[in-house]
Design a protein. Structure first.
Length: 304
C-alpha cells in the first residue's frame, strides 16, 4: 500500500499540475474554432445565394432580324428613260408573291425573266423585262398578293416623249469671214417635258450666208438636210467672204428654231512692224532735231 501510494500520489500531483494548462489549451482551441466558424459564416453570408424564387433566366440575344419589305432596285425615282419600255428589278421576301403595276395597271407576270435566291437574307430578286411605259410621267409599283398590304414599293420616272419643238445653237459666236473657217451647229428635238426626245427625224437647215459642208441627207429637197438620231443632230457652216450677222434656221414639219452668229473681218497678221522717219530739206530747218543739228557749228545747212 505504501509502495502503491508512493507511486499514486506523484501521478495525482502531476495531473493536478497539468489541469490548468489543459484547461487553458482547451480554451484557446475553442476560441480558434469559434473564430474559424465565424469567418466561415461571414464568407457564406457575403456570397449571394440564389433562392428558388430568384433564379435568373438566361438572357436571349435581341432580335435584329430586318422586317421583310419589297424594294424596287431599278429603275430609281427621277430616272428619264429613252424608250417606252424598261427593265425592272425587284427584291422581295422569300415565299412572297407580288404583282407589278404601271400607272395603276397590272403587268403580266410572264415578263419575269430571272429570279435569284439569297438564302442568307431570305430574299428573292426578280427581273422583269420589257415592262411597257407611256410617254411622259410613269409610276411603277410592286405590292404583295394576299399578304401584308404594307408590303409595297413604288418609283416615279419619265419617258422621253414625242418632240414638240426644236432647239439649235452654234458652238462659236463669231468666225472670220475668210471662206475657210466654219461654225458647228448643234440641235436637239425637245419633248413637252423639256427633255431631249429619243426620236429620229430629218431636219432642214438654212443660213442667210455661208455654206453648209458635208453630205446632204436628202439633196432633192430645198435646204441642207441633216439626220437627227436619238433626238440630236449637228452640221458645219463655212463662212463666206462677206462680213455681217448670219441667221441659221432649222425646221422639221411645224417645228422650227433660229440662232445667230457673226462673220467678222479677217485681220491678216502683220509682216513688218516699226517706225520709219523720212525727211527732205535743209538741216537748219528741222525743228525736231537737237540744237547742234538745228544750228550746226560749221553753218552747213545743206540738204541732207
Amino acid at each position: 500500500m505504501t509502495k502503491s501510494g508512493f507511486f499514486v500520489i506523484p501521478q495525482i500531483l502531476l495531473l493536478l499540475g497539468n489541469s490548468p494548462v489543459n484547461a487553458k489549451l482547451d480554451q484557446n482551441i475553442n476560441q480558434n474554432i469559434n473564430q474559424d466558424i465565424n469567418q466561415d459564416i461571414n464568407i457564406t453570408s457575403s456570397t449571394p445565394q440564389a433562392s428558388p424564387t430568384q433564379v435568373k433566366q438566361p438572357q436571349t440575344a435581341p432580335n435584329t432580324a430586318i422586317s421583310p419589305k419589297i424594294t424596287i432596285l431599278s429603275p430609281t425615282t427621277g430616272t428619264v428613260i429613252d424608250s417606252p419600255a424598261a427593265t425592272v428589278v425587284i427584291q422581295l421576301p422569300l415565299k412572297t408573291k407580288i404583282e407589278l403595276l404601271v400607272n395603276g395597271k397590272v403587268i403580266n407576270s410572264n415578263l419575269v425573266g430571272r429570279s435569284e435566291l439569297d438564302e442568307a437574307n431570305q430574299t428573292v430578286t426578280q427581273t422583269w423585262y420589257g415592262v411597257p411605259l407611256q410617254a411622259g410621267d410613269n409610276t411603277i409599283a410592286a405590292r404583295a398578293i394576299g399578304g401584308d398590304p404594307s408590303l409595297t414599293s413604288s418609283v416615279n420616272l419619265k419617258v422621253r416623249g414625242v418632240p414638240v419643238k426644236l432647239s439649235i445653237k452654234t458652238l462659236e459666236t463669231r468666225i472670220p469671214a475668210d471662206g475657210r473657217s466654219y461654225a458647228t451647229v448643234d440641235g436637239q428635238l425637245i419633248d413637252e417635258n423639256g427633255n431631249r426626245s429619243n426620236w429620229d427625224a430629218l431636219v432642214t437647215l438654212e443660213a442667210s450666208d455661208g455654206e453648209f459642208i458635208g453630205t446632204d441627207a436628202s439633196p432633192e429637197q430645198p435646204g441642207f438636210q441633216v439626220q437627227a438620231r436619238q433626238g440630236k443632230f449637228t452640221a458645219q457652216l463655212r463662212a463666206s467672204l462677206k462680213t455681217g450677222q448670219v441667221t441659221v434656221r432649222s425646221r422639221d414639219g411645224q417645228m422650227e428654231a433660229f440662232t445667230q452668229l457673226q462673220f467678222e473681218t479677217d485681220l491678216r497678221p502683220s509682216l513688218v512692224t516699226g517706225v520709219i522717219d523720212l525727211r527732205f530739206g535743209a538741216r537748219g530747218t528741222d525743228f525736231y532735231r537737237s540744237l547742234r543739228e538745228f544750228l550746226p557749228i560749221d553753218r552747213d545747212n545743206r540738204p541732207n
